[in-house]
Design a protein around this ligand. Structure first.
Ligand code: 5GP
Length: 196
């Protein structure tokens, strides 16, 4: 997605060979116009997938997930990273190891919001080793629902999350695929899913 790649090139900061900082439009300050475009793009790519719910994880997945949900006209559920006093329903849970924080958290979703038979589109900001996306897949399965697909804003193709998820048979659509972050520069992968 060109607008996203341009934004990454102008505002992204390469922190290391493995980490890209995009806190001026996605991870801290949010560019609502770009998020709207991202939402329309995901909605278009998954328009045939009969999505009934969108599942993401707090906090940076929420903006692109909500924008996608507006176009697909479905609700958004975000998995919580910490236990909440008000989250007292039966919970669907999964452990995930955080790449950026280097710690394992149990994520949870009330079983009230994902039902057997739901077609769930998983959305997240980054895909690295696939821990977060895998945790969300686990939650969908615990609910006896179906994964309609996985939409990622920025995939780092040099880490193996995308490969693992695709080998498991999931449709993963990434709007920007980064081949390397070597020498302080962002290099995009040439291949990108065609616009439909
Ligand atoms: P994974 O679970 O696929 O290993 O990593 C994805 C999660 O870690 C995302 O939810 C994102 O929050 C965080 N993450 C992984 N790599 C990066 C990165 O390069 N930059 C930022 N800002 N977040 C990242």
């Amino acid at each position: 997605m060109k607008a996203l790649k341009d934004k990454i090139l102008t505002e992204g900061i390469v922190l290391s060979d493995h980490v890209l900082k995009v806190d001026s439009f996605l991870n801290h300050q949010i560019d609502p116009f770009l998020m709207m475009e991202i939402g329309k793009e995901f909605a278009n790519r998954f328009k045939e997938a009969k999505v009934t719910k969108i599942l993401t994880i707090e906090s940076s997945g929420i903006a692109p997930a909500v924008m996608t949900a507006l176009t697909l006209n479905v609700p958004v559920i975000f998995a919580r990273k910490r236990k909440s006093l008000t989250l007292i329903d039966d919970l669907l849970t999964a452990p995930i190891y955080s790449f950026t924080k280097k710690e394992t958290n149990e994520i949870s979703v009330s079983n009230k919001f994902i039902e057997a038979g739901d077609q769930v589109l998983i959305i997240d900001d980054f895909l690295a080793n696939g821990e977060a996306a895998n945790g969300l897949v686990t939650i969908v399965k615990e609910a006896n629902a179906h994964v309609a697909g996985i939409g990622i804003v920025i995939e780092k193709s040099f880490q193996n999350g995308g490969k693992k998820l695709r080998e498991l048979g999931y449709r993963v659509e990434s709007l920007a695929k980064i081949q390397t972050l070597a020498n302080g520069k962002v290099n995009f992968a040439n291949e990108e899913a065609p616009l439909k």
